[in-house]
Structures are given as structure tokens and as C-alpha cells.
Design a protein around this ligand. Structure first.
Ligand SMILES: *Cc1c(COP(=O)(O)O)cnc(C)c1O
Length: 400
């Protein structure tokens, strides 16, 4: 049976795949640059980019070549052995994050699991068995494993799966006094996204980050900045925390790291970089030659094509255009974000409706809630393509 039409594929999905996602009515077939095509040959501007993953766009020749070559050479070995791409990527990641060492994994949730395990073991060594609590913040998102989900301070993710892993303390975002009051010697780490992603593209203020760094230093607590979504160039710096000048102790990474090939990493510095000993943590696939070759191609291409600079320039351009649209369209309230990590807050709960209406007009968009549109295009997007997408969005808003 040949399966190609939206209806045929959607039927197989409905019958055989667990119903865990709200799908858009579309079957994607191929991609090139900032565009994807459906099975009918219709072209879409992709401002979702696999949820901030496809930083090089789709089918970038350098990425394709790296994956092809490595797949034909050596794809998987297990961590009983080392390979050159794994070792080279480690050096690159240490250099771009300012950390000392990397632990490899496969997803963002796992990168946060590693951060949680490092923090707990470090805390136990520092202040004994009672020092295992981790502070996280409202509207955060740290993944869907039990550790990540317990860290995630949003009831909707946790409720069906209670009880959570103990030891997570949820506090208001950007509230340093709440953090100060909670630090009683049983806390080993403070963990937050430098820019909250799933929570609606909300950057932590520079003051909050500086105050956190200070208070973590004073009270001997680790600072974990989850850069799974905002890291790897999207904000116009390799790491979003560079905008603040604050250096964390632990940095979970994933999404953009492999440019579409699954890979995660947890970087750490100082004592946190040497806390975990052989046998205490690991993953079969982690740091495999195929995934690490893809990530090396991502880093090389970001450098060669000046994509960090582009994220900054085009990001600013898109944000200023969107700000102008806020006075033009009453549905729009304001624009948040840094570089090409953009959130548009709406005055009415119509974000999902806008996403739906943009689809037949050939723009892929995402909503993090009923009131926030998220715009995270590939970092290769140029001004002309930005204008093309904005024109479609204008068109949709004019009809809303
Ligand atoms: C997406 C995301 C995660 C989870 O990543 P997965 O690869 O889906 O496990 C964790 N933290 C943040 C900030 C994210 O955006």
C-alpha cells in the first residue's frame, strides 16, 4: 500500500501511534533551508524549525555530508571506546560554554537529569545527606522524565503522574528574595532556563541572574542554567547567559546542538565537573560518533556562515517589525525574547487559531499557550525570508 495523502498518513497515525501530540493537519515530506514541503508539493516557511532544533535549516549540505560520511564509516560503538568526533566535540563545547567538562546524552530531559544527579551528589559531598533540594521556578520546563518533570514547576505536566521525585522547590521567577529565604543549607542547586521557552519565551532579567550568581556563591549552591532551547547561537551569542555576563556551574544543552540529529550534553565546571565517577551515570547511545559528527558540523557551519551574527541582526529586525505590528493589530500585545528566540504576547487567547490559520497560507508557527506565539526560525534565515513570513503573519492577523 502506498501511503502519501494527508488522510492516509493521518489515519495510520491515529490508529497506531499513541495519542500524545496535537498534530497539525499536514504531512511533511522534505526540507531545504528555511522551507519544508508537504506530500502535495506545497512549500511552507518554517518558523518552528523542529522546536528550535533545525538551526542550519533543513538538509544543509555540510550537515548532510558529515552525517553521510560518518554513517558510512562508524555509527555506534558504545562508551566502552572513544572516537575522534566525540573527543573533538567535547573540546569545542568546553570552549564555547566556558565550562570544564561535558557529559553526553541524547535529549534535553537527559541533559537535565545529568545536571540533577551532579547537583545531588555534589550537595551530599558538601553538606551531607540532607543537602539534596533543588530550586526551580514557575512556568519552567525541564523535560518529561521523572527528574525533569519534577523540576518543571507546572502542574499540568505533573498531575497525571504524581507523586513526583521529592526535593524540588518551586519559587516565583525573577524573585531573588524568595530564593534567599529558601536557602537553608538543604539546597544544593538553583536551576532555571536563561530564557524560559515552553513557558512563553520569558528571559530571566540580568539583575536576577547576577543576584542568583552572587547568592549561589555566598551560600555555596550550584547555579544550573538550562540552555536546552536558548543555547547554541539562537540569541546572537553561543549561550544566552553570555548576554548577562553570568557564568553558571552547570549547563544542560540539546535541541540545536545536533541540528536535527538527537544529541544532548551537560557541561559543568569546577567541582561539579568531576563529581560523577565511573559507573554512576551513563547512556548507551550517548556521544556516539554519528551524533557528535552532526554536532561538529553544526558548530563549524555556525562559525563559517556567521550564523550567530545573523541571529542577532535578523532577530533584531524581526522583533522591531513585530513591535511595529503591535500598534497595527489590536490582537498583539508585546514582543519578548533575544535574537531569533521570539515570543509574541497576545491580548486575546487566539494563538492556536493564528497557528491554524497560518498553515494554509504556508507559514509554520507555534503557540506555547493560548496567548503566546513562539517564533524560532532556522538561524540561516535572511531578511527577505523574514519579510516573506511576516507578510503572511500580517495577512493572517488582518483576517483574525
Ligand atoms: C525542550 C526542552 C527540554 C526537554 O528536551 P527534550 O529533548 O524534549 O527532552 C528541557 N529544557 C528545556 C529548556 C527545553 O526547552
Amino acid at each position: 500500500m502506498s501511503v502519501g495523502t494527508v488522510d492516509q498518513v493521518a489515519e495510520l497515525d491515529r490508529l497506531y501511534v499513541m495519542n500524545t501530540y496535537n498534530r497539525q493537519p499536514l504531512v511533511l515530506d522534505r526540507g531545504e533551508g528555511v522551507y519544508v514541503w508537504d506530500t502535495d508539493g506545497k512549500r511552507y516557511m518554517d518558523w518552528v524549525a523542529g522546536i528550535a532544533v533545525d538551526v542550519l535549516g533543513h538538509s544543509h549540505p555540510a550537515w548532510v555530508q558529515a552525517v553521510r560520511e560518518q554513517a558510512g564509516k562508524l555509527a555506534h560503538t558504545s562508551n566502552h571506546y572513544v572516537t575522534r568526533p566525540m573527543a573533538e566535540l567535547a573540546r569545542e563545547l568546553v570552549e564555547i560554554t566556558g565550562m570544564d567538562k561535558v557529559f553526553y546524552c541524547n535529549t534535553g530531559a537527559e541533559a537535565n537529569e545529568a545536571a540533577i544527579k551532579i547537583a545531588r551528589k555534589w550537595g551530599r559531598g558538601k553538606r551531607g545527606d540532607e543537602c539534596y533540594r533543588i530550586i526551580t521556578f514557575d512556568k519552567s520546563f525541564h523535560g518529561r522524565t521523572f527528574g525533569g518533570m519534577s523540576a518543571t514547576a507546572q502542574e499540568k505536566y505533573q498531575k497525571p503522574f504524581l507523586p513526583m521525585v521529592p526535593g524540588f522547590l518551586h519559587l516565583p521567577f525573577d524573585d531573588i528574595e524568595a530564593v534567599r529565604a529558601a536557602l537553608d543549607g538543604t539546597v544544593c542547586a538553583v536551576m532555571l532556563e536563561t530564557i524560559q521557552g515552553e513557558g512563553g519565551v520569558r528571559p530571566a532579567s540580568k539583575e536576577f541572574l547576577h543576584e542568583l550568581r552572587q547568592v549561589c556563591d555566598d551560600r555555596e549552591v550550584l547555579l544550573v542554567l538550562d540552555e536546552v532551547q536558548c543555547g547554541m547561537g539562537r540569541t546572537g551569542k553561543w549561550m544566552a547567559y553570555e548576554h548577562s555576563g553570568v557564568v553558571p556551574d552547570i549547563v544542560p544543552l540539546a535541541k540545536a546542538l545536533g541540528g536535527g540529529f538527537p544529541i544532548g550534553a551537560c557541561l559543568a565546571r569546577g567541582e561539579a565537573a568531576t563529581t560523577i565517577q565511573p559507573g554512576e551515570h551513563g547512556s548507551t547511545y550517548a556521544g556516539g560518533p554519528l551524533a557528535t559528527s552532526a554536532a561538529l558540523a553544526v558548530i563549524r557551519t555556525i562559525r563559517e556562515e556567521g550564523l550567530i551574527e545573523n541571529a542577532s541582526v535578523i532577530g533584531e529586525f524581526m522583533q522591531s517589525e513585530l513591535r511595529a505590528m503591535c500598534s497595527e493589530f489590536p490582537a498583539l500585545d508585546h514582543v519578548r525574547g533575544i535574537g531569533l528566540m521570539i515570543g509574541v504576547e497576545l491580548k486575546q487567547p487566539i494563538a492556536r487559531e493564528i497557528v491554524k490559520k497560518a498553515l494554509p497560507k504556508c507559514l509554520l508557527l507555534n503557540a506555547t499557550s493560548e496567548t503566546v506565539l513562539r517564533i524560532v526560525p532556522p538561524l540561516i534565515i535572511d531578511r527577505k525570508q523574514a519579510l516573506e513570513g511576516l507578510a503572511i503573519l500580517r495577512n493572517v492577523l488582518a483576517e483574525s
